[in-house]
Design a protein around this ligand. Structure first.
Ligand SMILES: Nc1ncnc2c1ncn2[C@@H]1O[C@H](COP(=O)(O)OP(=O)(O)O)[C@@H](O)[C@H]1O
Ligand SMILES: [Mg+2]
Length: 507
């Protein structure tokens, strides 16, 4: 439910309650002004018929009744009657005495010409002594006693009280009305307040607290929207903002961390050969290379280290260009089968050059077209082959280069029967500067960038790279590229086997 609807409902209910109260009040007011009681008239008539007099008035009435019974002759005595009337006046009541059809005494307050004719007749049994009476527009309640005068005439005495029906009613109803009105309004107010607090104020407070938390740099919390209304949507957007902010800060921290480790890795990797070079150069300066053979060895080592450094710097440069997406790609339609065959033949040459016996076995044909930057893909494949050659340690060494298709993807894989990669290392081998067995590897001159570069290149081709390795059995690294044209090729297109003894092949 939207807040607008909620507000409308709230105000609607307040309005409805107010209207009902106003209607009730105005009805009562109209009754007050016109004096028309209609339905409630019977109620007050019954009430006053049962209790026409107050206790004090009743006492005076009983006194008068006693007097009329015992000494009815005195019921014509002006002075006695005026005395009782005086007492009744004090309690806002009046006295009316009738003898036969004649008026003996009437309080001035009751002095109503039509009263005599309106009063009930004589009743010797005094059956109905309390009742009410309308005279014109006036309304009275009374207690009556009928008695015989000594001369035999019929006497009636009335203690009467004029009732203002509305005044009485309002007097009793108004306090109740006011209390009920106040209670209803209070209750409505409290309910509305609680409702608005729960649905509006509290979520806003939570939002505010969250904003404060973010202001203080704390982003590690979660804001759960409590409702689906505007406030809930706001909370959701707020939570989204917090999440994104947190992510970007984490990313920033990660970049910062990466930058630091990159610098430290580069420094370390450059420092080591420089230290070696320095040692040899100082050796030459100090005359340690005192024979042409020794000098040759020293200079050879220095050149080797300088080459290592050159290679490292080249790889770093390439990696950073790829990483920053500054290295332009020139894509061609490349037949992956032919590409793999060429690469296999070429590396077979190189391996043979290094004294490795090469056994070529090419099979399969047909184009497997991908969009590729030849030189970069060659570089990636070269890095994979280099690793296989470098880490190979068994007696029978075999490298397979495979190309094939799988669904809409072309695969280019390098497989070896080397030592394999421990499963703990598998998640990291594509990270830059990651070198599996650091101590063993350092002697092989690896930069730890080979696979990172291969990964960048695979991704630069909108492809991916993956590894499957069983320690002790071998490793397969596969580059997957989107296939443009499948042609007539099956899964394993070509297979090149390079077998031979390991012969100081350096990655
Ligand atoms: N064919 C493989 N056989 C065994 N281990 C491998 C192979 N290829 C990669 N590795 C592991 O992956 C790590 C990362 O490889 P790479 O990025 O090329 O760095 P480098 O060759 O400089 O060590 C290597 O240090 C090695 O531990
Ligand atoms: Mg390598």
């Amino acid at each position: 439910m939207s807040i607008r609807v909620r507000l409308l409902l709230s105000f609607g209910s307040v309005l409805a309650v107010a209207v009902i109260l106003i209607l009730m009040t105005s009805y009562l007011l109209s009754v007050a002004i016109t004096g028309d009681m209609r339905s409630i008239s019977s109620f007050y008539k019954i009430h006053y018929s049962l209790h026409p007099l107050t206790d004090e008035e009743e006492t005076i009435f009983l006194d008068l009744k006693y007097l009329a019974k015992q000494d009815s002759g005195r019921m014509t005595d002006e002075v006695v009657l005026a005395d009782y009337d005086g007492q009744l006046k004090m309690v806002q009541a009046g006295l009316f005495v009738r003898k036969d059809d004649k008026l003996i005494y009437a309080s001035p307050s009751i002095g109503e010409p039509k009263m005599l004719s309106a009063l009930p007749g004589y009743d010797a049994a005094n059956l109905s002594i309390r009742s009410t009476l309308n005279v014109g527009s006036r309304f009275f309640s009374y207690a009556k006693f009928d008695f015989p005068y000594p001369d035999g005439s019929l006497g009636s005495l009335y203690v009467m009280k004029e009732r203002s029906p509305f005044a009485e009613l309002v007097r009793t109803l108004l306090p109740i009305l006011v209390v009920v009105l106040l209670a209803v309004m209070l209750l409505t107010g409290v309910l509305l307040y609680r409702y608005i607090t729960r649905t509006l104020i509290r979520p806003l407070e939570v939002l505010k607290r969250s904003a404060d938390q973010i202001k203080q740099g704390d982003l590690q919390f979660e804001l759960k929207p409590q409702s689906r209304d505007e406030i809930g949507q706001l909370s959701q957007s707020f939570e989204e903002m917090r999440r994104r902010l947190n992510e970007s800060i984490q990313l920033q921290l990660q970049y910062e961390e990466n930058r630091k480790s990159l610098i430290s890795n580069i420094s370390h990797d450059l420092k080591t050969p420089i230290t070696t070079i320095k040692g040899y150069v100082e050796g030459i300066r100090d005359g340690l290379a005192d024979s042409p053979d020794k000098l040759d060895k020293y200079v050879g080592t220095i050149i080797g280290k300088v080459n290592d450094m050159g290679r490292l710097v080249d790889e770093l440069l390439l990696y950073s260009k790829l990483d920053l997406k500054r290295e332009p790609y020139s894509f061609d339609r490349v037949d992956l089968i032919a590409f793999a065959r060429d690469a296999a033949e070429e590396s077979a040459w190189e391996l043979a050059d290094k004294g490795i016996e090469v056994d070529r076995d090419l099979s399969g044909s047909g184009p497997l077209i991908v969009l590729a930057d030849r030189s970069k893909l060659k570089r990636a494949l070269g890095n994979l082959i280099q690793n296989s050659v470098k880490f190979m340690n068994g007696d029978e060494k075999r490298i397979r280069i495979r190309a094939g298709a799988e669904g809409s993807q072309a695969l280019l894989a390098v497989e070896d029967n080397g030592p394999g990669i421990p499963s703990a290392s598998l998640p990291f081998i594509f990270e830059r500067f990651y070198r599996g067995d650091a101590s063993r590897n350092s002697g092989m001159g690896g930069s730890g960038l080979g696979l990172a570069i291969a990964k960048q290149i695979a991704e630069g081709h909108h492809g991916s790279i993956e590894v499957a390795s069983v320690p002790g059995e071998g490793t397969r690294i596969t580059i997957r590229l989107p296939l443009v044209d499948k042609g007539s090729v099956d899964s394993t297109a070509i297979e090149l086997q390079t077998t031979g003894k390991r012969n100081g092949a350096n990655g």
